[in-house]
Design a protein around this ligand. Structure first.
Ligand SMILES: OC[C@@H]1[C@@H](O)[C@H](O)[C@@H](O)c2[nH]c(CCc3ccccc3)c[n+]21
Length: 448
């Protein structure tokens, strides 16, 4: 038997981006501000004072960028819709130019044989809704469902793969517990409420999709396996808390209609009682789970690291990315096997996977040599193939990211793209990793 790698026949090869990180023009043509517009323009929140005012200028260069996707041979493109571009006040009136941008983008993709994979919410909440409590207001489930309905009715004739939310954990942990991301709250009582309303909103949108939609809908979560740093009970418990907090907190309610028991241990007196009917809303049947994987955490007990009381331990012999994440492809296979075993082998897409390394400038002849990123992709794609061979139902893979873009609070300092962006000139240059990925797609993985 040849040991050449081959992915399943219809495996879907794509790349991902998100609206605020690439589009620019946040207030153009009637668009309303999102909380990231406000957060980025509040001094000190984003490195070097970078903002999404221009970013990759994708709002004006989408035709050029779709041509790039075609050049790389992408079969799918995962992108998010800016809620406040489409509904400037987050509710009610629809901005025809704003929704028209996404309508045209979908047509351009389909014209190139590229499957659109749409995320309705990738962190950029309309500012007006945040002013009404945002994810802390239970009414947001209805606001989000109304927005979702508008998008389904406009695009579901051409968009066949939808995700409600990108990474509710990051919104709760970064936006409400630690304050590192918009809306920048630092409140352990707010964080679980935001997480819960994100899940309720997810469920409300899926319910609408079951009324009006004809294709597939899922939820995108970031998953990070937690390995105890030692055999001690304290470290084992810390890893279990970290696992419940990041990985089980969202998938258990969606699949089982309940939170992991350990969530009470994590939040203590900040953990509310939840109305039972909320879980009936949250646990809507899904067609897939999107998994965003970057790294693992070797976890030890740290009583002062509230509320999870767990911290990652640096691995002395490992390679680390520019964002301080250990390169550990085994963690991806372990995570995928855990999801399959715990939740009944649901269809999965890897909706994000990638790394920021210090890329050299564009060399003579227009090449960007990024061997570490090629190595990262090779290792992680092999890890996916390994678990597919064991029966895990992975349907596709989207590299994060198509373009170097605004890496949230890191600004433009961290480059994840397989395509280099010169932010001064907006020139795009395929990195070596883009040429590598083109070969992976063309051979359905055989070059790995
Ligand atoms: O950091 C790289 C990407 C972001 O650019 C995407 O917008 C976001 O979906 C995303 N999620 C993760 C993993 C979760 C995480 C996010 C931020 C900070 C720490 C962990 C990595 N990424």
């Amino acid at each position: 038997m040849s040991n050449a790698i081959e992915f399943p026949k219809n495996f879907l090869w794509g790349a991902s981006t998100s609206a605020y990180q690439i589009e620019g023009s946040p207030l153009a043509d009637g668009a309303g501000p999102s909380i990231w517009q406000r957060f980025a323009h509040s001094p000190g929140n984003i490195r070097d004072g970078d903002t999404g005012d221009v970013a990759c200028d994708h709002y004006r260069r989408s035709a050029q960028d779709v041509a790039l996707m075609r050049e790389i041979g992408l079969q799918a493109y995962r992108f998010s819709i800016s809620w406040s571009r489409v509904m400037p006040s987050g509710r009610g009136a629809v901005n025809p130019v704003g929704i028209g941008f996404y309508d045209e983008l979908v047509d351009r993709l389909l014209a190139q044989g590229i499957k659109p994979m749409v995320t309705l919410f990738h962190w950029d909440l309309p500012e007006t809704l945040d002013n009404q409590g945002g994810w802390l207001n239970r009414d947001i489930a209805d606001w989000f469902a109304d927005y979702a309905r508008v998008m389904f009715e406009r695009l579901d004739d051409r968009v066949t793969s939808w995700a409600t939310l990108n990474e509710p954990w990051v919104v709760s942990d970064g936006g409400y517990l630690n304050g590192t991301l918009a809306p920048g709250h630092h409140n352990r009582f707010e964080a679980p409420i935001a997480a819960h309303n994100l899940l309720r909103a997810h469920g409300a949108a899926v319910k609408v999709y079951r009324e009006v939609g004809k294709h597939e809908i899922g939820l995108v979560v970031n998953l990070e396996p937690k390995y105890p740093a030692s055999e001690s009970a304290a470290d084992q418990q810390a890893a279990a808390r970290g696992h419940a907090y990041m990985n089980g907190q969202f998938l258990d309610p969606v699949f089982f209609g309940r939170y992991p028991e350990k969530m009470k241990d994590v939040y203590g007196d900040a953990w509310p009682e939840w109305p039972a009917e909320d879980f009936e809303l949250i646990r809507q049947r899904l067609d897939f789970i999107g998994v965003n994987y970057y790294t693992r955490s070797v976890t030890r007990d740290e009583p002062s690291a509230l509320p999870v009381r767990a911290v990652a331990v640096r691995q002395p012999l490992a390679t680390y990315t520019e964002t301080g994440w250990e390169v550990y492809a085994r963690g991806l296979s372990d995570t995928l096997e855990w999801v399959a075993a715990r939740y009944g082998n649901p269809p999965l897409y890897i909706t994000e996977n990638g790394a920021a390394f210090f890329d050299p400038p564009v060399a003579e002849g227009g090449r960007v040599h990024d061997p570490l990123r090629i190595d990262y992709y090779q290792k992680h794609l092999r890890a996916i193939h390994e678990v597919i061979q064991k029966g895990v139902d992975v349907r596709g893979y989207c590299a994060w990211s198509l373009l170097d873009n605004l890496e949230w609070a890191h600004g433009f300092s961290k480059r994840f793209g397989i395509v280099h962006v010169n932010f001064a000139t907006q020139e795009r240059t395929l990195k070596d990793s883009a040429y590598f990925y083109r070969e992976v797609i063309a051979t359905n993985g055989a070059v790995l």
